[in-house]
Design a protein around this ligand. Structure first.
Ligand code: SF4
Length: 170
């Protein structure tokens, strides 16, 4: 819109970019889905409970159907036997979607450096934010959520962020 016309319309019209307005909606309405396999999932429950109240970031609508979620939190150890299930559930989530690896086990296998444990879920699916700790404190979940929101702010709504990702099951 020409600058002169915009000035004439005054405060009745707001011009912006598609990325900005869509990402504003996305970042404050994340619907998490917890893929909880071990102790870290308990810390997520604490982050979602009333004392810390994840709804302050607009992410309280926790879903247990991947088709209704756009933020996957992997909380716990993943074995190679579970890996195809994790990948299938990730693929069932609609785009756009984001992934948090919560805790040492999900991020790197943790202390379970053995033949049956995936050494980090980024061997299977793309990860946006890693949370360190065993277990991480629930506040760290909120920190990860804010990092995802910051990341969304800078994304293009037309770009496929994961087009080059190749995991061990691809
Ligand atoms: S990182 Fe620690 S607390 Fe979390 S699932 Fe692994 S062993 Fe349990």
């Amino acid at each position: 819109m020409a600058l002169g016309l915009e000035a004439k319309l005054g405060e009745s019209v707001l011009t912006t970019k598609l990325d900005v307005v869509v990402n504003w909606g996305r970042q404050y309405s994340l619907w998490p889905m917890v893929f909880g396999t071990a102790c870290c999932a308990i810390e997520f429950m604490s982050a979602a409970a009333s004392q810390l109240d994840i709804s302050r970031w607009g992410a309280e609508v926790v879903r247990f159907s991947p088709r209704q979620a756009d933020l996957m939190l992997v909380c716990g150890t993943i074995s190679y036997k579970q890996a195809p299930i994790l990948k299938r559930i990730y693929e069932q989530m609609p785009e756009p979607k984001w992934v948090v690896a919560m805790g040492a086990c999900a991020s790197s296998g943790g202390v379970y450096d053995n033949y049956c444990t995936v050494q980090g879920i980024d061997e299977i699916i793309p990860v946006d934010v890693y949370i360190s700790g065993c277990p991480p404190r629930p506040e760290a979940v909120l920190d990860a959520l804010m990092k995802i929101q910051d990341q969304i702010k800078g994304e293009s709504v037309l770009e496929d962020r994961h087009k080059d990702f190749k995991g061990i099951l691809d």
